[in-house]
Design a protein around this ligand. Structure first.
Ligand SMILES: [Zn+2]
Length: 303
């Protein structure tokens, strides 16, 4: 008994102060979806924290001192990029951690290899809205983009822990294969509603709509980040009636009252949908996110 106790004491004494084995990487991500992907690829070689919650507007997360500490201690940071998580820049600047600044060994912008949609051509000015100036940043809502993100995460983790390269590669392939087979099923489920006309609050569903063959005909916001005026709503009601729009998609953090008014006037139905893991209590994984979206949309469109 005595020797067992001694061994236990020795093990506890040899643990680093913060309670993590020395070779476990601390990773922070700007969204919950990226956190799950890092966790899926890194397994027990990583400890991951998302700086935002799925119920928050991913454009507007209020930086807090505890978040600066997380970034300061991080070995790696993964962000959506394209200025979607501009709020994270103030955290990175305040944390003064050279590993996770732009170009640092642990810095990963997950948008790097994504085929970006709606990239503005020509001169960009404020009339276009003050967000989405590098194109539409909501690319994680096309689950086909997950493979590119997972591969980049595996690549970055392998640079940081080269001895685990095969392990990360295997985890990445397994997870990406799971998503691929789920995509086929989701496409089969939504196929009867191909071409369905939709209105969304914010311009956040374009990647999703392209993947699942939906037709977004208008937005409640005038431009990304710019709230509607009465005349914009009046025009949208006319358009929705003439094009027989059945569904208004809105994330829980936007103004649902405006969507409900629009629904009353147009005859469409409001569908409040999460855009990330944790956006509603039923959605705890990236696969569950799309299960939820596809089931809710199919139910509403079939009514
Ligand atoms: Zn946006």
């Amino acid at each position: 008994m005595k020797s067992k106790l001694l061994i236990t004491v020795l093990i506890i004494a040899s643990l680093p102060i913060r309670g993590l084995p020395a070779d476990v990487l601390r990773v922070v991500t700007t969204t919950t979806d990226l956190a799950e992907m890092v966790s899926a690829v890194g397994g027990d070689m990583v400890e991951v924290k998302s700086l935002s919650k799925g119920i928050q507007d991913p454009h507007l997360v209020e930086p807090r001192p505890s978040m600066v500490m997380q970034v300061r201690r991080a070995d790696m940071l993964v962000r959506i990029g394209m200025d979607q998580d501009l709020w994270a820049q103030s955290l990175i600047d305040a944390a003064r951690n050279s590993k996770v600044i732009y170009g640092g060994e642990g810095y990963l912008d997950a948008s790097r290899r994504i085929a970006k949609l709606q990239v503005p051509t020509g001169r960009v000015d404020m009339r276009m809205g003050d967000i989405h100036i590098f194109g539409n940043p909501h690319y994680w809502l096309d689950p086909s983009n997950a493979r590119l993100i997972l591969e980049d995460i595996a690549g970055k983790l392998s640079e940081l822990i080269p001895s685990e390269t095969d392990h990360f590669r295997r985890n990445c392939d397994e997870y990406a294969a799971k998503i691929d087979s789920a995509i086929a099923e989701w496409q089969r489920m939504i196929q009867p509603f191909a071409g369905a006309k939709i209105v969304t609050y914010h311009n956040s569903w374009i990647y999703f709509a392209e993947r699942f063959n939906l037709d977004i005909v208008g937005y409640i916001e005038i431009k990304p980040g710019i709230p509607p005026t009465p005349s914009h709503i009046a025009d949208l009601v006319d358009k929705m009636k003439s094009e027989t729009v059945k569904v208004i998609m809105i994330e829980p953090y936007y103004n649902i009252r405006i969507a409900e008014t629009l629904a009353d006037r147009s005859g469409a139905r409001v569908l409040a949908l999460p855009s990330s893991i944790g956006g509603v209590k039923e959605v705890n994984t990236y696969l569950e996110l799309f299960d939820y979206l596809i089931i809710k949309l199919s139910e509403t469109l079939s009514d």
